[in-house]
Unconditional design. Structure first.
Length: 300
């Protein structure tokens, strides 16, 4: 059983003072709600720091929370949920009690380093993002031996009626790495469930290695990052070719870079595909000047 004394974020307070509640509301309403929801700021710490300053003017404000501020396991989950609920405005769920209207359905890799909500600030709109994920950010599933549009993704796009469908790969993807190893001769020694997920990617990676788009005469990581982008293109093309996806949907492909592989800010999503268009010049013409730096490609 977890030790309930492991509380870096204090769970012992069952109530809040009026002053502390007011401070939280002001903090949320000031536009910092997104940071709180993403775990960047400790809401309770802001109020506590303000109270403490009365006794000592030299007491610094609470610093941003980092990953070491939470316990692991069950207590950590409770701490994080406490911060989440404390940050929510009272009416956050008021308009979505009985239905949802997500503007975007996005499929990302399940990798823990990929913040599916964070990259597009999904938490700022309670029903903005419908967000299936899987290893390798696949919009493709195999049913009875046939490749079909992944049901989770299709549900958001068609049943929940999202206007936009988004596929997001990420640098140094483990699933693409595994598929790359298989495509270059390594045996796939994984449980059936994982093997099934990777097999969808192996053919795509193999095609990428044989194409003129991927430079295979470079370091493995560089090859893998090119294949990540190639996979995004193939997922988008599969959606475009499928009768299950309505023609009026907008389809976008991105690569999430948390390693600086695209030589820009870490955590940026780089636009690589719009409705099958992959030419950078063409893509840059479809975004405002201030976002042209978000259009990049590692493919040849």
């Amino acid at each position: 059983m977890p030790d309930s004394s492991e509380t870096d974020v204090d769970l012992r307070h069952t109530g809040e003072t009026d002053e502390r509640e007011t401070t939280r509301r002001k903090f949320v309403q000031s536009g910092a709600m997104g940071l709180a929801m993403l775990g960047v700021w400790d809401i309770s710490g802001v109020a506590d720091a303000k109270t403490t300053q009365r006794s000592s003017i030299n007491t610094p404000l609470q610093r941003p929370v980092n990953k070491y501020s939470f316990s692991n396991g069950l207590i950590g989950l409770l701490q994080r949920n406490q911060m989440w609920t404390n940050a929510l405005p009272d009416d956050y769920f008021s308009d979505v009690q009985n239905s949802q209207e997500p503007s975007v359905t996005t499929v990302c890799c399940s990798d823990s380093r990929v913040s599916q909500e964070g990259m597009f600030l999904g938490s700022l709109g309670v029903d903005f993002l419908f967000k299936p994920s899987n290893i390798g950010n696949k919009a493709i599933s195999v049913v009875d031996g046939e490749r079909v549009v992944d049901g989770d993704f299709l549900y958001g796009l068609e049943k929940a009626d999202s206007e936009n469908g988004v596929v997001v790969g990420h640098t140094d993807c483990g699933a693409i790495t595994a598929a790359y190893e298989v495509a270059t001769g390594k045996q796939l020694n994984e449980p059936p469930g994982i093997r099934q997920e990777l097999e969808v990617l192996v053919d795509i990676v193999d095609d990428g290695l044989k194409s003129d788009l991927v430079n295979t005469e470079t370091k493995d990581l560089e090859v893998i990052n090119q294949l990540v982008e190639y996979n995004v293109h193939r997922q988008i093309q599969f959606l475009l070719d499928s009768d299950a996806v309505s023609e009026e949907r907008n389809l976008y492909g991105f690569v999430y870079d948390f390693q600086g592989a695209y030589e820009g800010m870490r955590g940026r999503t780089y636009l690589v595909n719009i409705d099958g268009e992959t030419d950078q010049c063409q893509l840059k013409q479809q975004v405002p000047n201030r976002y042209k730096m978000f259009v990049q490609s590692k493919l040849q």
